[in-house]
Design a protein around this ligand. Sequence first.
Ligand code: OAD
Length: 250
Amino acid sequence: MNVLVLTGAGISAESGVPTFRGADGLWEGHAIEDVATPEGFARRPQSVHQFYNQRRKQLQHADVAPNAAHLALAEFEQAVMSPHTADDHESANQFLLVTQNIDNLHVRAGSQRVLPMHGELLKVRCIDTDEVFDWTDDLSLDTPHPQDPSNPRARGRLRPHVVWFGEMPIGLDRIARAASTADVFLAIGTSGLVYPAAGIVRQTSPACRRIEINLDDTPASSVFDETIRGKATVEVPQLLDRLAKEWKLG
Ligand code: OAD
């Protein structure tokens, strides 16, 4: 059994991380072109840093933690990938969790095969060398370079390791391969408006069983075989339980 999962901001909403669109969404009050494009960063780097500093701080707030949906996915991955769970032909199962979220809640929940296609908030990247560093603090135009802290000219050469509009998402080849061989595709808490993520469902084969979980209908809903309306924390554990029973997983 090959399982491909795509998650969006909706899965983290009940963990206290705001979604992008809709009332109280993150883009409310922020022009995307100002805070989420390379051009915006070139124009006003300090205010882009402030935007991500705030989010980095918020992500590390004690109240923000993986919820029942994140935890159920981690547990499901473990069951699918258990050595005792081979399918009828005894071939190895595969599992990939592609997330558009830049929070680290899937990893904190225990998921192992996670591909954060839009980058990671708790990482920064050197503008000159593309080297990536773990990062929990604020960034500014004065931040010393971790590898060259005493060099004043290396200051301020770090940027958030997030994919901005106009930049290439991470891991597209791997995602396309996983989509083409997926037996099951789950899309959870994503508005289906941002490509290429929104196009992954169409890269799956006609034999693939496609299931969407969202509070509301999305522009992609008609492409799915099953659409489940409700909160991720309720619907994801229920669905995965049902699939585990169907597949007789551990
Ligand atoms: P959006 O904010 O566009 O959509 C969130 C979706 O989650 C909506 O369809 C909601 O109906 C749904 N939702 C909200 N709360 C939910 C809950 N508790 N349970 C289930 N569903 C819920 O977020 P994304 O689709 O992730 O990209 O946005 C995709 C990309 O657009 C983001 O990664 C970001 C953004 O611009 C970049 O920054 C490159």
